[in-house]
Design a protein around this ligand. Structure first.
Ligand SMILES: Cc1ncc(COP(=O)(O)O)c(C=O)c1O
Length: 366
């Protein structure tokens, strides 16, 4: 067993390899390229391993872009909802392609970026997102252009578009149907391009996903429009590859048994709170507990769990699915110890790769 002090995120390289092998299979069978979306997972200690299976990275800010360029390499796509004047030269210096979110940003920066491939975000005005908060097609969405006249006005300066409209979509038929809509509605534009990124959100590493059908569909799309397709898998790349390891600090009973752990959903799994989901906790056994965090927030509750035996102070609990949109959102709320990062290597050994001492907390403010 490891000596790493809880709390820590634990990345399992065997699970990561299983996902990466699916990514590589899809690339080989379809000819599409796969870029890791750093907004979802930017734990760069894993990049040396992931690099062999993927084509590069895509980004949502200057810092993500720089990290992808420095630590992952290969092909680097730059995207931001809005670039600032003081960022643009540096952004271009790291990028193979830059994707502007609006015609206004393209107008402003197209000349500066003329030495690299330029693209525009296309918003098809539909998506698979069930959450308004994360729906790029929500009313008045600022994410991309959809008006054909405005897209046409960009064509003399762009060689591709990025269309992100899927969200944890594990339904191939829905993907197929929506891609056909895009082909029908935007086909005239797609025919004039060299590359099309279909964004992230396709859950193709999930159990039972028809990977071969997806590969054939992507191949047909590329052949029809003579374009290079890109995918930007975030969640699909790292789903089920990490846990958050915590220890029980106290057990109280206020009508139900509550185990307080040395972590916090607010600080260490914030995405679950935002989307009002509960953490994936052990569910086997006769002994139920609510698992709660140690911040002052009354609702700092990971969720309900069950165990084979009564919990004891010091017991370890493993919270599943702690990679995507989790480590990237950790924060210093309440000054609670930030989880370290550890890797379970393919041979089972556990290696601590990063801890966040008081100096990091202090340096995050002034
Ligand atoms: C433009 C873009 N690309 C890729 C992704 C990654 O999506 P996912 O993690 O669902 O694969 C996102 C997620 O919001 C995105 O906005």
């Amino acid at each position: 067993m490891t000596q790493v002090q809880t709390p820590f995120y634990l990345i399992d390289m065997a699970a990561l390899r299983a996902n990466m092998e699916k990514v590589a299979r899809l690339r080989d069978a379809s000819g599409a390229k796969a870029l890791l979306a750093l907004k979802c997972f930017a734990t760069w200690s894993a990049f040396d391993f992931m690099r062999d299976y993927m084509d590069g990275t895509t980004s949502s800010s200057l810092f993500e872009l720089r990290l992808g360029h420095e630590e992952f390499g290969k092909e680097t796509h730059a995207y931001s909802v809005a670039w600032a004047d003081h960022e643009i030269d540096e952004a271009i210096s790291y990028s193979d392609k830059i994707i502007f979110n609006s015609l206004g940003q393209l107008d402003r920066f197209a000349d500066k970026a003329s030495g690299i491939a330029r693209g525009l975000r296309l918003n098809p005005r539909f998506s698979t997102s069930g959450f308004d908060l994360a729906d790029p097609a929500r009313p008045f969405s600022r994410l991309g252009e959809w008006d054909i006249a405005r897209l046409d006005a960009a064509l003399d300066r762009i060689s591709g578009v990025m269309i992100h409209y899927n969200c944890e979509n594990g339904d191939f038929d829905l993907f197929d149907h929506q891609l056909s809509r895009i082909e029908a509605e935007f086909g005239d534009i797609l025919h004039k391009l060299d590359w099309v990124s279909l964004g992230g959100g396709i859950h193709f590493t999930g159990d039972g996903y028809p990977l071969d059908k997806l590969a054939d569909r992507l191949k047909a799309f590329q052949d029809k429009f003579s374009v290079q397709a890109y995918l930007e898998p975030g969640e699909a790349s790292i789903t089920k590859t990490a846990t958050l390891e915590v220890s029980v600090l106290d057990i109280i009973n206020n009508g139900k048994d509550v185990a307080i752990v040395d972590s916090s959903i607010e600080a260490h799994m914030l995405d679950l709170l935002i989307y009002r989901e509960t953490a994936k906790l052990p569910q086997q056994g006769e002994h139920p507990y609510q698992i709660a965090g140690k911040t002052c927030l009354a609702g700092d509750i990971f969720g309900e769990a069950r165990f084979d035996a009564p919990l004891q102070i010091g017991d370890r609990i493993s919270i599943a699915d702690a990679a995507g949109y989790t480590m990237v959102k950790k924060n210093w709320f309440n000054g609670v110890n930030m989880p370290s990062i550890a890797i379970r290597e393919l041979d089972g050994t556990i290696r601590a790769v990063r801890s966040f001492p008081y100096a990091d907390y202090k340096a995050s403010l002034s």
